[in-house]
Write a new protein. Structure first.
Length: 227
């Protein structure tokens, strides 16, 4: 598995203090290995050429995206900017006060001195890789490790995204018969990575604290013991 993160050179067009980012986890199979004929459930696949000029196939196992908020560069009120971006991002507005600093309530539960915030908007996992003992959680932690060293907080909005595909326009998503069950699963996933509830919609993790690192270390130990 390989992980990477990409972001534009400049900030979001709304404000230079907002940087959109995308992280991916990929699985590569060379021409020397057996490649499944029907691989749609493994994720989005693309054929590449390796350093020897041989074809290889690469699957995107996990894809996540969000915003990096830098209060030192931002030109407008952060909470207003988030409210204006989308309903999803508005869930993160309570992280900040009107002075573009972390809200005092948030300061009470994080220890880091850094002021930037990593907001995770969406995480998509290919179907075949789900329920594999934590592969998705490990990939998320690896992606976050690439760029959260200077972050004071990482935040996400736990939500069963896959149920969007099953939405009933007559009853609405919140009436989905498995909504509460799937929501509880998603929340347990983030909790196992050291995230805790800040508001009903927003969960946070302080990358400076041992909780996340210990959670990932335990996950690695379990996964590697099974290989």
């Amino acid at each position: 598995m390989n992980v990477n993160i990409s972001a534009p050179v400049v900030g979001h067009y709304y404000d230079p203090g907002l940087m959109q980012w995308t992280g991916t986890g990929t699985y590569t199979v060379s021409s020397d290995d057996d490649i499944p004929a029907d691989d749609a459930s493994l994720g989005l696949s693309v054929v590449h050429t390796d350093e020897r000029g041989e074809p290889e196939k690469r699957w995107t196992v996990l894809r996540m995206h969000g915003l990096l908020v830098d209060p030192y560069i931002v030109e407008s009120r952060i909470d207003d900017l988030l409210d204006g971006l989308s309903q999803d991002y508005s869930h993160f507005a309570p992280l900040f006060g009107g002075d573009n600093r972390f809200h005092p309530d948030l300061d009470e539960i994080i220890e880091g001195m850094n002021s930037s915030a990593v907001l995770i908007d969406r995480v998509y996992m290919a179907e075949t890789w789900r329920g594999r003992g934590g592969v998705g959680r490990l990939l998320i932690s690896r992606i976050l490790r690439l760029f959260t060293e200077s972050a004071g907080v990482v935040a996400t909005h736990p939500f069963p995204i896959e149920l969007l595909k099953e939405r009933d326009d007559q009853t609405g998503l919140t009436e989905h018969p498995r909504f509460e069950e799937e929501l509880a699963k998603v929340r347990r996933t983030w909790e196992s990575l050291g995230f805790e509830r800040y508001t009903p919609q927003c969960w946070v993790m302080d990358p400076a604290m041992r909780t996340h690192m210990d959670s990932v270390a335990g996950l690695e130990k379990t996964l590697f013991a099974e290989t």
